[in-house]
Write a protein that binds this ligand. Structure first.
Ligand code: BGP
Length: 466
């Protein structure tokens, strides 16, 4: 039987817009999602899990079930309703209260500054394609470092790559733009640069605590050993993993990464240049990341593809409906015999092991790693107050084992945050894709521990993966 270290964090993850609800309460300013979801007409982020009011209950559940860490995000527009300028004191007070309640419950808090929710005023001006948003973000970050001195762990961004691709490649996030790889690359670079600036402000300011970034890293494998497929996997990996890790830990993009970006951009008919001055800032930050947060749910097998871009997002849980082929990169295919969730997410724990070993080898200045999200979206059934979610337990168990193997092989992983602590709103899937340890009845807002919560409690107590 495999085990995890004694001082390991067994956490649960959340994000402001997905759990708080209260989207128009407490002086909160609007975000692009409000109108986007309203127009789409499928679901809203209201009341979500009502964490805005129910946080004492959720933190009490953490303590009771041995969940000794929580990831949460500050909603930028609760602090600066317009993105910049006037501070909303009610928002500031709210997060102080949440942080103090967590302390009371002995739950370590990892705070993300930006989890997909740029204030609307800045979003409408181009979000991170507009360099002014970078300045605004750095100001907001600095305000938070000064104000929330009780925070021990900061993360600048949650998932730069999914932001860029969901906003400008598959269009599932506002502004809903599709197949614009130039915008994807610009957004990726600008956010990596914004991260570096925030890290440098934090370290130059001598603030106490740790700072890092949370990247979504989904391992890529070639669909076959043909040269063409190997190259397609290399291209997909370069844009989704290498560019992010190079930018974060090398302070500039390696020759291989740049050659892949060049090839992708040429195939898509554009040229890309990054300002040289940005790399000065990024190089200054590269050894200052105290940790890397990794969100990892799945891996991909990639095949050569020479057609036009064609993506279908399975946002309903109808298994087998997703399609993903991108011009100049490749096609992510189904691999016979490997299990998938109802949303077509491949269950492949080896992908996590391989990823961790690769980071240890290629980016040896990483210091520490936290798995900041991993978990399984599942259509939980509520039967007489009980939720038997064996498939989720099985999923987490397999990924925990892969993690334990990587730790045994020398990778410094210090904690794990299950996505999600309680059931929350899912950006492009709504409410039938549940991830929580605690089932939320969205009508009554009552919480019910799932079978997985009891399993996780045992794991946190014994550190034994059984
Ligand atoms: C990550 C996000 C989370 C969460 C999770 C599950 O990309 O950081 O916010 O949503 O994925 O994704 P989904 O809700 O699409 O199933």
């Amino acid at each position: 039987m495999k085990t995890l270290p004694d001082d390991f964090i067994f956490g649960g993850a959340t994000a402001a817009y997905q759990c708080e609800g209260a989207t128009h309460e407490g002086g909160k300013g609007p975000v692009a999602w409000d109108a986007f979801l309203e127009k789409q007409g499928r679901f809203l982020a209201e009341p979500a899990s009502d964490f805005y009011h129910k946080y004492p209950i959720d933190l009490e559940l953490c303590e009771k079930f041995g969940v000794n860490g929580i990831r949460l995000s500050i909603a930028w527009s609760r602090i600066f309703p317009e993105g910049t300028g006037e501070v909303n004191k009610e928002g500031v007070r709210y997060y102080h209260e949440v942080l103090s309640e967590a302390k009371k419950r002995n739950v370590k808090v990892f705070v993300t500054l930006h989890h997909f929710d740029t204030p609307k005023a800045l979003f409408d001006e181009g979000d991170f394609l507009n360099r002014q948003t970078i300045d605004a973000f750095v100001e907001y970050a600095k305000f938070c470092f000064e104000e929330f001195k009780e925070v021990e762990y900061w993360s600048t961004f949650n998932e730069i790559y999914p932001i860029a691709t969901n906003q400008y490649l598959n269009g599932t996030f506002p502004p809903g733009i599709t197949y614009d790889l130039k915008k994807v690359m610009t957004c990726l670079h600008n956010m990596l640069y914004a991260h570096a600036r925030a890290v440098n402000v934090f370290k130059d300011g001598g603030y106490k605590g740790q700072i890092g970034v949370v990247h979504s890293l989904e391992t890529k494998y070639p669909a076959s050993m043909s040269d063409e497929d190997i190259h397609a996997a290399f291209l997909d990996d370069a844009l989704s993993i290498r560019m992010l890790l190079d930018g974060t830990f090398k302070g500039r993009y390696s020759k291989e990464t740049l050659s892949a970006l060049k090839e992708i951009s040429e195939e898509n008919g554009f040229e890309i240049h990054f300002p040289e001055a940005d790399f000065v800032e990024m190089e200054k930050a590269k050894d200052r990341n105290d940790y890397l947060g990794i969100n990892h749910y799945q891996s991909h097998f990639v095949k050569a593809y020479h057609g036009e871009s064609r993506i279908h997002h399975n946002g309903t849980g109808d298994k087998g409906t997703s399609a993903y082929a991108v011009k100049g990169i490749g096609e992510r295919i189904y691999k016979e015999g490997l299990p998938r969730t109802d949303w077509d997410w491949l269950i492949y724990p080896k992908g996590l092991y391989d990823l961790l070993i690769r980071i240890q080898t290629d980016y040896p200045n990483y210091k520490a790693i936290y798995i900041t999200e991993n978990g399984m979206g599942y259509k939980d059934e509520f039967v007489d107050g009980k939720i038997y979610d064996e498939p989720r337990i099985d999923y987490v168990k397999q990924y925990m084992e892969a993690l334990a193997d990587a730790i045994a092989d020398g990778v410094n992983v210090k904690g794990y945050f299950l996505w999600s602590l309680m059931d929350v709103f899912s950006w492009s899937n709504g409410y039938n894709k549940r991830y929580g340890l605690f089932y939320v009845d969205f009508d009554t807002q009552k919480r019910y521990p799932k079978q997985s919560a009891y399993w996780y409690q045992g794991l946190a107590r014994t550190k034994e993966i059984r």
